[in-house]
Ligand binder design. Structure first.
Ligand code: UD1
Length: 417
């Protein structure tokens, strides 16, 4: 089992180039199944979620070549419509394959998805949307068995603007005759990325980034090359790290607009942020003032995937902060680990009250999920003494070369495999 050992107290200084967004790359890999041709995705991060998705696609019959940051997917010989439970339970995005498999093969059999243990994560909105499109669904023995031979275009209203459900609906509608409309859809940048990618292959989709998406059915898609959007959550994690430890970071290959909800919250008294088209420079000095309230919500609001990191910043800020998690039910699982490090946090349901302390102290802690694990690294970076983090495989799901990147930015961090 790999561990991180961190000796806290160093500022974070240097240049970091951000790679393609995990949540985009995973969706785009699923979307490759729609294309009866060869697709190359550039700038794909070397993270275990991408490896798992590649393993799933290979299982379906795709030929995949990984060359540095490029992933080339040839899905001309795709033949299998079943995703076994072993693989699906490792990766929540396997559920996005429902839409692409149904479009390509007219049937799909997917085991119930896994992913981070951060709440119930139901898929009822995905399934009711598919039913409205005429897909026949049987849920049995832990599998969702779907048949879309009688699917048709439709006007669908999602109960919630779910990212995954919106992506699944888009992929299911790409080849349906006529025009499909999805209302109350998610507006996340990853949805815009999916639209841009699919339109590049010949799809006719418009409206991504707004609450209504229209898809005009086409008969086939052609191969292409595409560079996904940069990872706003990885970038946000490093920015919060700088706010906690002090220092100066220059992030390149970022889209500052995708991070505006975080940038608006970083305390101006301690953090000076300058943005260019695809760069963010942050200079941090001294202890941050607490942010009175942070509430997670749908894009462009504050992302749930940065909630634990911003909470961790509050543990060492001056004053009291209230953090409200509106998206997932159990996303405060890292708090007990932070308490071991001397943090003062009270959790009540979906609300955490964080009273900032002068400093955290190093401890032996355990990552319980991807973003929570990254937050423990941030805590260790600013704590006094040594912090040991185990179960870092959670962090490997979404952060490429974390210890190497942080070491080159001055952090005393070692990975023991
Ligand atoms: C995606 C991201 C995840 C991010 C989340 C919110 C990927 C692989 N994952 O997850 O990292 O944290 O968006 O930005 O892209 N819901 C239902 N029924 C459904 C679907 C969702 O009730 O069928 C609820 C969820 O419980 C949650 C909310 O809708 O409260 C949003 O979830 P959703 O946007 O679907 O998140 P994911 O697509 O799972």
């Amino acid at each position: 089992m790999s561990k991180y050992i961190i000796r806290g107290g160093e500022p974070l200084c240097g240049d970091i180039k951000i790679k393609g967004a995990k949540n985009s790359v995973l969706t785009l890999l699923a979307a490759c199944v729609l294309v009866d041709d060869v697709v190359t995705l550039h700038d794909c991060p070397h993270i275990s979620d991408v490896d798992t998705m590649i393993a799933i696609l290979r299982r379906l019959g795709c030929r995949i070549v990984r060359n540095g940051d490029d992933v080339t997917v040839d899905s001309r010989d795709i033949s299998c419509e079943k995703i076994p439970s072993g693989l699906a339970s490792e990766l929540r995005s396997s559920v996005f394959l429902l839409g692409s498999l149904l479009s390509r093969l007219k049937k799909a059999k997917v085991a119930y998805p896994g992913g981070c243990d951060i709440g119930l994560r139901p898929i009822d909105i995905h399934l009711s949307g598919l039913r409205e499109l005429g897909v026949r669904i049987i849920e049995k023995h832990g599998y969702i068995d779907c048949d879309s031979s009688k699917a048709h275009s439709a006007d669908i209203m999602l109960d919630l603007p779910s990212v995954g459900a919106t992506e699944n609906m888009i992929m299911t509608c790409v080849f349906l005759d006529g025009v499909s409309v999805i209302r109350n859809c998610a507006k996340e940048p990853e949805i815009v990325d999916l639209q841009n990618f699919l339109n590049r292959t010949g799809a006719k989709i418009e409206g991504a980034g707004t609450g209504v998406i229209r898809i005009e059915g086409v008969s086939s898609l052609r191969g292409t090359e595409y560079t996904p959007i940069p990872d706003r959550i990885v970038a946000g994690t490093y920015l919060i790290g700088a706010a906690m430890c002090g220092g100066e970071l220059c992030l390149s290959n970022v889209n500052p607009e995708h991070l505006s909800s975080l940038l608006a919250k970083l305390p101006k008294s301690a953090c000076k942020v300058t943005c260019a088209r695809d760069k963010i420079n942050i200079i941090c000095k001294g202890r941050c003032e607490s942010i009175p309230k942070v509430e997670t919500t749908y894009y462009p609001g504050f992302p749930t995937d940065l909630q634990t990191q911003i909470l961790t910043l509050q543990t060492v800020s001056k004053g009291t902060s209230v953090i409200v998690e509106n998206i997932f039910e159990t996303r405060f699982k890292t708090v007990p680990q932070l308490l071991k490090m001397g943090a003062d946090v009270t959790v009540n349901g979906r609300t955490a009250v964080v009273r900032g302390v002068e400093s955290l102290t190093g401890a032996e802690v355990s990552a319980t999920d991807l973003r929570g694990g990254a937050s423990l690294v941030l805590a260790g970076m600013c704590a006094q003494g040594e912090t040991r983090i185990d179960n870092v495989y959670h962090i490997d799901r979404g952060y490429e070369d974390l210890s190497q990147i942080l070491s080159s930015a001055g952090v005393k961090i070692k990975r023991i495999d």
